[in-house]
Design a protein around this ligand. Structure first.
Ligand code: BES
Ligand code: MN
Ligand code: ZN
Length: 493
């Protein structure tokens, strides 16, 4: 699905439905933006008022046959009242709600506010909502198919700025959709080798080099974490490195994503209920792969190295046992007290390797702990760091990219809960503050002085409830937009 821009008249645009954003203004409803003449806007707001529309955020009202409009259906979407400033997320969600309400409609036009930030928000929400994962359906269902064409109508000549915004929205949304597809792909169709192949394919036409470690290379290089987790599966583990190093790069960013293609828990096996959702335990990896694609396609002037450690966590006669001690890439020995705390083991190798290159910043992203969902819920990611400025930088990038992320501490005291009688460190703490102790564990693999941020996206990566705004059920594409914003910030110097 590609989003396009057109300078046509809202009344004569040929489409199956036309979307217009409205908000309450105290006296009634007003149409947002400047796409319509006052007379045209009044026709729509009159029809809406008769239907009882209020313009509140999230409201979608369909009006058939508004006189003077060629579109057979006008869809009004509420933005809510403007408080102190226009809330871009409410515009993204409005665009998303309208597009979702139009499933089964082919060509949709949107009367957009032409102002760059507002245009971008509307385009992003609409484009991200037009998603469905049907690769494993033997029959397609046209009634629930998302719009196949979305055109943003702007008044006046299309500017270079508007063109650039729409091109960017398409690149970023394609990357978000790739993450969703990878997360939604069944685990039998996406073992570690397939995830590594997907990384290659994602950047095949872009200036990104991809190196893949197989089991022999992992052994040669001492990646005991990745090998330990992967040893229980018939599907061997991999490590993928992706490098984008454009001429004139301002800084070096490293991004590291957890790629557990299925997490049974291993010998410390998980309960059966909802275990299928653990196909999404590679969401961090998927967002790293997708961010590499988007950043390279945007041509951002920043060097980015993507690291994807990937393994399948299975119980078997060759699986690691609770009590096993493994030696990770940087020589640290880890007593594996719980084989279900596997993400931190594969990240330990990849983080230590990423740090050898002394990037300006390392960000890892992982569906790491159930405790993240207890602490922050299903929609807000936890942000931990060894550096206050870096944490603030990433939280600000998330905010500007439209993702909900919140700062969390890394209490030094929790290190003592990771003490092991046998090895340097144990892979679980005492069960309290589980999101934080996982972060404290990862910190052991970051050399001092190396700026590092850890994103726990266990909740936000996978929407197990109904769709809302521009977020579909299943894989959400969490962290991709944040990575793009961080890279943009570094490229701007
Ligand atoms: N992949 C899970 C975390 C998870 C849980 C992600 C639910 C998404 C939804 C992770 O590998 C895990 O099992 N973590 C354990 C750690 C514990 C054993 C210390 C957990 O959170 O229970
Ligand atoms: Mn686990
Ligand atoms: Zn896991």
């Amino acid at each position: 699905m590609t989003l396009t821009l057109a300078q046509t008249s809202p009344t004569t645009t040929a489409c199956d439905a036309i979307i217009v954003a409205v908000r309450p203004n105290g006296r009634g409803l007003e149409v947002a933006g400047h796409g319509l003449t006052p007379a045209q806007a009044k026709k729509i707001t009159d029809a809406l008022s008769a239907l009882g529309a209020t313009g509140k955020s999230g409201e979608v009202t369909k009006v058939g046959g508004v006189s003077g409009f060629k579109a057979p259906l006008v869809v009004a979407v509420g933005l809510g009242a403007v408080k102190d400033k226009v809330d871009l997320e409410s515009i993204r969600r409005a665009g998303g709600n309208a597009i979702r309400a139009l499933a089964g409609t082919k060509k949709v036009a949107i009367i957009s506010d032409p102002e760059p930030e507002l245009l971008q928000a509307m385009a992003t929400g609409a484009r991200l909502a037009a998603y469905a994962f049907t690769a494993f359906k033997s029959k397609q269902e046209p009634k629930s198919a998302p719009a196949s064409a979305i055109v943003l109508i702007v008044p006046g000549p299309i500017t270079a700025d508007q063109k650039r915004i729409v091109a960017e929205v398409n690149i970023v949304a394609n990357a978000v959709d790739l993450t969703r597809d990878l997360v939604n792909t069944p685990p039998n169709a996406l073992p570690p080798t397939a995830l590594a192949a997907a990384a290659k394919k994602a950047v095949a036409k872009l200036p990104v080099t991809v190196t893949i470690w197989d089991e022999r290379a992992l052994k040669r290089d001492g990646c005991g974490g990745i090998l330990g987790v992967g040893q229980g599966s018939a599907n061997p583990p991999r490590l993928v490195k992706m490098v984008y190093a454009p001429r004139g790069a301002k800084a070096h960013l490293a991004i590291v994503g957890k790629g557990i293609t299925f997490d049974t828990g291993g010998i410390s096996i998980k309960p059966a209920k909802n275990m299928d959702e653990m196909k999404g335990d590679m969401a961090g990896a998927a967002s790293v792969i997708s961010a590499m694609q988007a950043i390279a396609a945007l041509g951002l002037k920043v060097k980015v190295t993507g690291w994807v450690p990937t393994a399948e966590n299975m119980p078997s006669g060759t699986a690691q046992r609770p009590g096993d001690v493994i030696t990770t890439y940087n020589g640290t020995t880890v007593e594996v007290l719980n084989t279900d705390a596997e993400g931190r083991l594969i990240l330990a190798d990849a983080l230590a390797m990423a740090a050898e290159e002394n990037p300006a910043l390392i960000i890892d992203v992982a569906t790491l702990t159930g405790a993240q969902r207890i602490a922050l819920g299903a929609r807000i990611a936890g942000v931990m760091s060894n550096d206050d400025d870096a944490r603030a930088q990433v939280c600000a990038a998330a905010e500007s990219g439209g993702e909900a992320m919140w700062p969390m501490p890394l209490p030094e005291d929790l290190l003592a809960t990771l003490d092991s009688a046998t090895a340097d460190i144990a892979n679980i703490g005492d069960g309290l503050g589980g999101m934080l102790s996982a972060g404290v564990f990862l910190n052991k693999f970051i050399p001092s002085g190396q700026a590092w941020v850890h994103l726990d996206i266990a909740g936000p990566a996978f929407n197990d409830k109904g769709p809302y705004g521009y977020t579909p059920k299943g894989g959400t594409g969490a962290a991709v937009r944040t990575f793009v914003q961080v890279a943009k910030g570094l490229a701007a110097g």
